[in-house]
Design a protein around this ligand. Sequence first.
Ligand code: FAD
Ligand code: SIN
Length: 532
Amino acid sequence: MQTDFLVIGSGIAGLTYALKVAQHCPGKTVTILTKTQSDETNTKYAQGGIAGVMDFDHDSFSKHIDDTLVAGDGLCNREVVEIVVKEGVERIEEIIAWGANFDKDPDGDFKLGKEGGHSESRILHHKDVTGKEMERALLEAIRTAPNIQLISHCFVLDLITQHHLGYLVTKSTPDIECFGVYVLNLNTQKIEKITAKITLLATGGNGQVYRSTTNPAIATGDGVAMMYRAKGRIENMEFIQFHPTALYEPGVRGHSFLITEAVRGDGAILRNASGEAFMERYDSRKDLAPRDIVARAIDNEMKVNGTEYVYLDCRHMDQQKFIEHFPNIHAKCLSIGIDVSKDMIPVSPAAHYSCGGIKTDAWGQTSIKNLFASGECASTGLHGANRLASNSLLEAMVFSHRSYLKSVEMIHSIDFRNDVPDWNAEGTTAPREKILITQSLKELKLLMSDYVGIVRNNERLRRANKRLDLLHEETEALYQHTEVSPQLCELRNMITVAYLVVKSAELRHESRGLHYNTDFPDRSAILQNTIL
Ligand code: FAD
Ligand code: SIN
């Protein structure tokens, strides 16, 4: 199969880019691949909303820029922050024109929420299901574009580069080029090659590397792992954001339900086992301090009090307003016997967002030619050491737009590569037992949660590294001799991502933003990204 534009991922980043290139180039083909159902993405689960300066009477670009820079703790690229904040408003208007609805007050003004680290109320939202609404609008718009083909249940295995044509490709090879991808088409159970002139990686996050995460099962870091195997540049992987308030449900680990930060924005208070509003002891911004601070404070309270959770107290809030703004959370809590007007909600931190990823320039271009990256898999320079809440939907739209601008400039000078060989499955057989994969996955999640979580130290990182080595060795052996399956490939990808997180964490001899190492508790004077 050949396609002019190949988009891997059907979340906000992939769909935005696909729509734009398709509309601009009606004579060109656009193919979107997604590994499960088309709407099963991190995007669908976004709750709080999308940050944007809409109320110029109270807010300004410079305030949003400053808030983003403060959260990023010295490592944001200021130029990129300015681009995202300023261009973001136009992108928000665009998605509204494509049919996304955001809540308004009776005067027709947007209801703007507030979240941690924001100095003003600037979060547009659709109740507490903003991502679902944006994903719906984008998927509907995609269906009206005749030159877009969306193929679900199509698992991308690897990027095709000169390596597959028989050339030696190393990190120092100049001009590594992407010619498309190999995919496991789950509809046909065949491994196919898709050649493309331009490819966009929009594969989302990697929360599944941890035992407890707000991310759905698809978030296994496939794009980052593929990029690393293709010898492309990856940066800042140590900055894993833990959301402070995932719902604590005994026995539920893989995909925890989120209690959006907007609930604290509307006045909810965190309390420890003794009922104390403990955030006052940690930061003057209390419950609305940036996420890294709140998550560390909760982690500390849980350790000191020997509990597995703290509480979020919403009992004093206007219950009518609560139900209006957070109907999904209200219903979820009721379904497990929590009446938020009477009961406090048990919450604990969970892996939520990867600030680092595939390094791009200000136009979404990666270190590999004809390969772009946008959304959570990319590291654009916006987030630095810690992402400001609700900045990621915005970043995805801005960078997919910029990638589109650059792509349509380039497309006419690129030809298809016709000498790409088929996938070589020689010497592989059906797996004898799947338990080897599931057991290794459990081990991986456990080691990452125990040794590479919110608080780290050198000994824990060393241990994580050693255990990862063994998991890597065993999984590579399995991969060499077994027919590929999404489960095996995801395990392999997650081991790679975990390795990148640990390696980057080991390279950072300081504590900054989301990376807190008790052996290096201070910030270093040297500002640098960890590039692998
Ligand atoms: P995704 O939406 O995750 O899409 C990834 C796509 O890639 C999927 O279609 C997947 O199938 C595909 N894919 C991955 N690997 C492969 C493969 N090997 N082969 C084929 N396809 C593949 N951000 C905000 O700004 N505001 C919020 O309020 C907010 N709330 C959040 C709440 C939750 C619970 C979560 C989990 C995240 C939240 N975020 C929020 C973060 C934000 O939702 C994500 O960062 C963003 O949606 C990522 O979009 P994306 O397009 O990059 O990736
Ligand atoms: C939330 O709604 O709390 C999540 C917002 C985000 O991750 O940006």
